[in-house]
Write a protein that binds this ligand. Structure first.
Ligand SMILES: Cc1ncc(COP(=O)(O)O)c(C=O)c1O
Length: 347
């Protein structure tokens, strides 16, 4: 097989955390008077905005998260950037922002990876390059209104394999007294405010020893919605792949991809409202998202109730198969029959 080699910076790739590391720079576009500027490469990691910028006071800010993977053949590819582009457009629309068109979004992601190509983790380390597009309203204002000027940024940072010691199950808590979204609110949008709202319940859960929060529906608190920063998936004892169909969850791209793969593995794929009480019927439960792909959930606690799934020290067999299949496609080890990978021209 022909392989390509690029110089990489010296980093301890296998032990990188999920956090920002300095790179060569980021890509920025500005919107004013009905038009987007061309891309500008910025090397100073700070962004200059007006002290009264709308994003700082009124929260016109939305973002995305996707990854670029060095493939087994040495090339580099983005995973489903078209889906992130469309989700950013929807998030922006929900809070009256002007969004970059899909082609500009993808061009920006490619450029941000290209200018930082020596920070793309080498194939085989289990690490990848996290790509963070960000859209902010920049117009100075004191009265609340939508901005007429915007800045679109794409930054990247290399991130390590989530599971350094293997695919370890964790315990989740349903924090009572807090919702992350309102019934007709912004739960479907990837906007900054949703994450601010989830900090307090997240902290309370951590103080009680639970690394992850499970949210129920904000209307009745009876149905499962999603985890703090990932979607809920489960495989039932009847070999059904279920995931909540809810108006207040973020439509995850990992979840969508796993549904396709689960169908190909012969599971009956059923997105539908899921009652908390139905956890009794779940054999394997996972939290899925771009950062970790799948985090196996060993137990879910709500007050005096506690449901457990499989073994505390090992992920269920089906979640393991799904994880391997998706990662195999992402790293170019398994044929990408769905055309999910978008190669990046690095030269
Ligand atoms: C609230 C929330 N739900 C779900 C997800 C998973 O989405 P994706 O698979 O596109 O990363 C994320 C991750 O970004 C998230 O923040």
């Amino acid at each position: 097989m022909e392989t390509r080699e690029y110089n990489t910076v010296e980093l301890d790739w296998r032990n990188l955390a999920f956090r920002y590391l300095p790179t060569n720079g980021y890509v920025q576009y500005d919107y004013a008077e009905g038009d987007w500027s061309g891309p500008v490469i910025k090397t100073d990691p700070s962004v200059s905005v007006h002290v009264a910028a709308n994003c700082l006071h009124y929260g016109q800010a939305c973002f995305e998260g996707l990854k670029a993977f060095q493939q087994r053949d040495g090339s580099v590819a983005l995973f489903r950037p078209d889906r992130n582009a469309r989700r950013l457009i929807q998030s922006a629309d929900r809070i009256c922002m002007v969004s970059p068109p899909e082609t500009m979004f993808i061009e920006a992601c490619e450029m941000a990876v290209r200018i930082n190509r020596e920070f793309v983790p080498p194939y085989g380390t289990g690490a990848s390059m996290y790509v963070r597009p960000l859209l902010i309203g920049t117009e100075p204002m004191v009265g609340i209104n939508q901005s007429s000027t915007y800045t679109f940024i794409v930054l990247v940072t290399p991130v390590g394999p989530y599971y350094k010691e293997g695919f370890r199950p964790v315990e989740a808590l349903v924090v009572e007294g807090y919702d992350r979204a309102a019934p007709l609110g912004t739960g479907r949008a990837k906007i900054a405010g949703n994450y601010a709202a989830s900090l307090k319940p997240g902290l309370l859960a951590k103080q009680q020893g639970y690394p992850i929060v499970l949210y129920t529906d904000p209307r009745e608190n009876k149905y499962i919605d999603e985890f703090g920063t990932s979607n809920f998936i489960a495989i039932t004892h009847d070999y059904e792949f279920i995931t909540p169909d809810s108006p207040s969850v973020l439509e995850g791209i990992t979840k969508d991809s796993l549904q396709v793969l689960a169908g190909e593995m012969g599971m009956a794929v059923k997105p539908r409202p899921i009652l908390l009480d139905e956890l009794d019927q779940c054999a394997e439960v996972g939290a899925c998202g771009t950062a970790a792909v799948i985090t196996p959930i060993y137990a879910i606690t709500k007050g005096q109730q506690r449901w457990t799934f499989g073994r505390p020290d090992e992920a269920g067999e089906n979640l393991q198969r799904l994880y391997r299949q998706l990662q195999g496609i992402q790293y170019g080890e398994i044929e990408d029959t769905h055309h999910w990978l978008v190669p990046i021209e690095l030269d």
